[in-house]
Design a protein around this ligand. Structure first.
Ligand code: DP6
Length: 402
């Protein structure tokens, strides 16, 4: 049957957030199931600033499973996509057989069309695979009427994606079992827990990262003895301390653990053979800026963390945002192209004292940072109720193609 012959579509659209790890995941003990060598903990970022939107449609008239990412058709046979599709369909079948044998099963044999877009540049080091796979799994589950522990499925798309299945502060428990059933995400605290916490993403480069996290961590597991030490002897203690710092809203403890863990992750990259460099000169300058800023005040007011790329993610409290943002703007004078240097939550104006500028004492790096995304912790995936927002038309094809 031709695809445009108007068989009824079953269509659902959802959104999912990006998350940023403050205790990093780096290294797998099982590549296929994506089982990590250590637990990790992250903050879910607000979807008003960073999100993936995914529509999934099923129809009797679809000939095959298809996927479009940011307007371009991609290969659906990608093993990680296939894992997610297979696991959701398996759960749907199980539910039909065990829970509700009378359930209408027709949709189960139907093919799916998937269309997904990000509201931020893909592969800019902004964890797009995490939001992408979380959104895919969440939306597929809605379409097929599947409930239950979905983070174990999102994990099989991309490890960090399991943490994007919840809002607020989230831990990914590494688990012990070889089948991975106990390697799942749990919410530590909801997004409302720490309303003063603010996040600034300093976008240093929108270029694709040189070494992807999947292959990077593979080489690290094979060659870095520092990584082994980190996973076995450092992370377990830090997970406890970080859980505690979050629960108590202890910014100093939270910030120090966050910076130390980012630094240790990048140290394991350097200990990888051949070494992996994710930080660049802009990243190094941000690190100096943060430490000198904190030193000037004699307290830890700001923290940085970096993933597999040069962008810094800054954590601070609301009251320090205006001044610290001014410091960023002063030491990284932006391109004067009329574009906005800060996007997202508005940042109030502040003046930098000469004393503070001198105390920081860095040579400004013009155009080192393209722009800053100002955001906070936010909720987990949600369903978009407005039918006009579907990314797929009534013919089951993307409304916007490139
Ligand atoms: C540095 O989740 O992208 O961002 O499981 O191979 O898809 P795969 O890797 P991915 O790795 C993320 C690594 C990190 C740290 C983190 O998010 O915990």
């Amino acid at each position: 049957m031709p695809e445009n012959s108007m068989e009824k579509l079953n269509i659902v659209t959802c959104t999912a957030p990006v998350n940023i790890a403050v205790i990093k995941y780096w290294g797998k003990r099982n590549e296929e199931l994506i089982l990590p060598i250590n637990s990790s903990l992250s903050v879910t970022l607000h979807q008003d600033q960073l999100k993936t939107t995914t529509s999934v449609a099923t129809s009797r008239s679809f000939q095959e499973d298809r996927i479009w990412l940011n307007g371009k058709e991609e290969d659906i046979s990608h093993p990680r996509l296939q894992s997610c599709l297979r696991e959701i369909r398996r759960l749907a079948r199980k539910r039909r057989n065990n829970v509700d044998p009378g359930l209408d099963s027709t949709g189960l044999s139907h093919k799916v069309h998937i269309c997904s877009v990000n509201n931020f540049p893909t592969a800019a080091g902004l964890a797009s695979s995490a939001a992408g796979f979380a959104c895919l799994v969440y939306t597929l589950a809605r379409v097929f009427g599947v409930e239950g522990e979905l983070s174990v499925i999102a994990r099989q798309g991309s490890g960090s994606a399991c943490r994007s299945m919840y809002g607020g502060f989230v831990q990914w428990i590494m688990g012990q079992q070889s089948d991975g059933k106990d390697s799942l995400a749990q919410q530590v605290e909801p997004e409302t827990h720490w309303p003063e916490l603010r996040i600034l993403v300093l976008v240093a480069s929108a270029e694709r990262k040189h070494v992807g996290s999947t292959s990077g961590m593979q080489t690290s597991v094979q060659t870095s003895c520092l990584l082994k030490h980190r996973a076995e002897s450092v992370v377990p203690g830090r997970m406890e301390k970080m859980n505690d710092a979050v629960r108590r809203r202890d910014f100093t403890a939270f910030a120090e653990l966050t910076m130390k863990d980012s630094n240790q992750f990048h140290a394991t990259c350097l200990d990888t053979y051949p070494p992996i460099f994710y930080l660049n000169s802009v990243s190094h300058q941000v690190i100096h800026l943060v430490h000198r800023y904190n030193q000037h005040y004699g307290e830890t007011r700001v923290a940085y963390t970096f993933d597999a790329g040069p962008n810094a993610v800054i954590f601070t409290l609301q009251q320090h945002v205006p001044e610290f943002f001014q410091a960023v703007q002063h030491f990284f004078p932006p391109e004067n192209n009329g574009g906005q240097f800060v996007k997202g939550l508005p940042v109030k104006h502040a003046t930098l004292s000469e004393e503070l500028k001198q105390a920081i004492g860095l040579e400004p790096m013009p155009k080192g940072i393209r722009y800053v995304i100002s955001t906070k912790a936010g909720p987990g995936p949600c369903v978009v109720e407005d039918d006009t927002q579907h990314l797929l038309g009534s013919d089951g094809l993307p409304k916007n193609k490139v």
